[in-house]
Design a protein around this ligand. Structure first.
Ligand code: GLU
Length: 493
């Protein structure tokens, strides 16, 4: 019997997402329960958005939670490289194979032509899709245009009628009509593969037997299935996991809930409680107990117990569960945990230089700097009263700064200042108009240490969280404002 092999295949763009940890956890449990292996692959074919920092954060966040993989870019293994950006030659070869077999073709259409076709299709109320323009070019013409170095992509052929039956471990057979599938681009003009080609090739070459992935991928499953058929490969068992949701049932998004694993770490959640909570997303123990460890989950794991109703990721419920775990720690474990979290030398050494000049005794440290050891800070709304700006402008400035900071990858004082500067300049304001607002939101106090230093030390997660909380406190952002301000944001350098 073949060994069960599962994987998590995150794209290293942005913060490490709780959804990644959730899917990783279920893949890990499934593999372990069958005595198999769980591996990690980095899908970084989007060269613009992928970063090594984000990749490292994914490793750190998963390890913090206690999720370990037996093969991956950082630990190696027999099926490497495990980073898609290092596997270019492999995809080239398989793409060429598909073209040769007549399952895919070179497409030389310009962006302008594709836009025009799309616009015409929309006009005629048709689903926009590639119209097959380059599908039947003669071999000679293709050769000649390739030789001339004409930019091109490789597209896969797809049937135009009938349905594709997607066998899903949770839903049974899901029928998806072929006419919903576009002639997917497999290789881009830059010679790099898209998700579809790279994912299928790698899952095959890495011996993946079961793919548990988020249900947002279900609609495109036919394209993957067809690729397996084109190559003549056995496809893995497919399992589309229900998406995590906000308490209002919408798809989990950072607008409504912090989605970065590092946020939960900074908030002082216990990794084992967090993992436990993720295990409760759409799944339950046979005896319905709420608190369980990873080992217990593996022991009782049964993929058929996953229920398809969208699991709600609720901060309050997570906090409750974390409290259960906290109280069951020994006092020594509790103290050690707190120390590791923020009462450690490293963190104190970051704070000390900003506090030292402002106190006369050590006993003044805590009142001055307590916000360094807090999650939210619940500032008084009166702290946001502004001499120059209206209440609406106050919210606007803060929201724009928050958006800039959400996009900031290099979390240091200078670029942080740059974000604030860019916003105030665009609004024809001064840095000193915005700073008191930042101060109130971040420290929750009327005076303390320098807020820019504080933001750097607190890190992106807590800083953004506090800004979001302050904006909520001041009434939030309406849909209309959101639209208008996003336009403004786009115009800010
Ligand atoms: N790179 C994809 C992602 O980031 C992987 C999806 C899959 O599991 O196939 O979600």
């Amino acid at each position: 019997m073949t060994t069960v092999r599962t994987r998590i295949a995150p794209s290293p763009t942005g913060d490490p997402h709780v959804g990644t940890a959730y899917i990783a956890l279920f893949n890990l449990c499934f593999a372990r329960q069958h005595g198999g292996e769980f591996i990690l692959r980095i899908e970084d074919t989007d060269q613009v958005r992928s970063t090594r920092e984000s990749e490292q954060q994914i490793y750190d966040a998963l390890r913090w939670l206690g999720i370990e993989w037996s093969e991956g870019p950082d630990v190696g293994g027999p099926h490497g490289p495990y980073r898609q950006s290092e596997r270019g030659h492999i995809y080239q070869k398989y793409s060429a194979e598909l073209v040769e077999k007549g399952h895919a073709f070179h497409c030389f259409c310009s962006a302008e032509r594709l836009d025009k076709v799309r616009a015409e299709q929309m006009e005629a109320k048709q689903t926009p899709r590639y119209d097959g323009h380059c599908m039947n070019l003669s071999a000679a013409e293709v050769q000649q245009r390739l030789a001339a170095g004409e930019p091109n992509v490789v597209r896969m052929k797809v049937p135009t009628n009938g349905v594709c039956v997607v066998p899903d471990m949770l839903r049974g057979e899901v029928e998806i009509p072929w006419d919903r599938m576009d002639m997917q681009v497999l290789m881009k003009t830059d010679g790099l593969p898209t998700y579809f080609l790279a994912n299928v090739v790698d899952d095959h070459l890495m011996g993946i037997t079961h793919v548990l992935r988020g249900e947002e991928w279900l609609p495109s499953a036919p394209k993957l299935i067809l690729l397996y058929e084109y190559f003549g490969w056995d496809k893995p068992q497919l399992c589309y996991m229900p998406l995590l949701r906000n308490p209002d049932k919408s798809k989990l998004s950072k607008r409504k809930n912090p989605t970065s694993i590092t946020f939960y770490e900074r908030m002082g959640f216990l990794p084992q409680a967090m993992l436990n909570y993720l295990g409760r997303m759409g799944w339950s123990m046979p005896d319905e107990r709420e608190k369980f460890s990873l080992d217990e989950m593996v022991e009782h794991f049964d993929i058929n117990r996953v229920s398809l109703g969208g699991p709600i990721f609720d901060l309050e419920k997570l906090s409750w569960l974390n409290g259960q775990w906290m109280r069951e720690l020994s006092v020594e474990e509790f103290a050690a945990g707190a120390q590791k979290w923020a009462f450690n030398n490293d963190y104190l050494m970051q704070i000390a230089p900003h506090v030292q000049g402002r106190v006369e005794t050590f006993s003044q440290i805590a009142p001055l700097a307590s916000f360094f050891f807090a999650g939210g800070v619940a500032p008084d709304a009166a702290l946001f009263a502004h001499k120059k700006l209206s209440a609406d402008q106050v919210r606007q400035v803060m929201q724009l700064i928050l958006w800039k900071l959400e996009a900031l990858r290099q979390w240091e004082k200078e670029p942080i200042t740059g974000c604030i500067q860019a916003v105030v300049e665009h609004l024809e304001l001064k840095l000193r108009d915005a700073m008191p607002l930042m101060f109130a939101a971040i420290t929750g106090q009327a005076s303390s240490v320098s807020v820019l230093d504080a933001m750097e030390i607190l890190g992106p997660d807590l800083t953004r969280f506090r800004l979001r909380q302050a904006i909520e406190l001041l009434g939030g952002v309406s849909k209309k404002e959101n639209k208008e301000w996003e336009k403004l944001l786009a115009a800010i350098a």
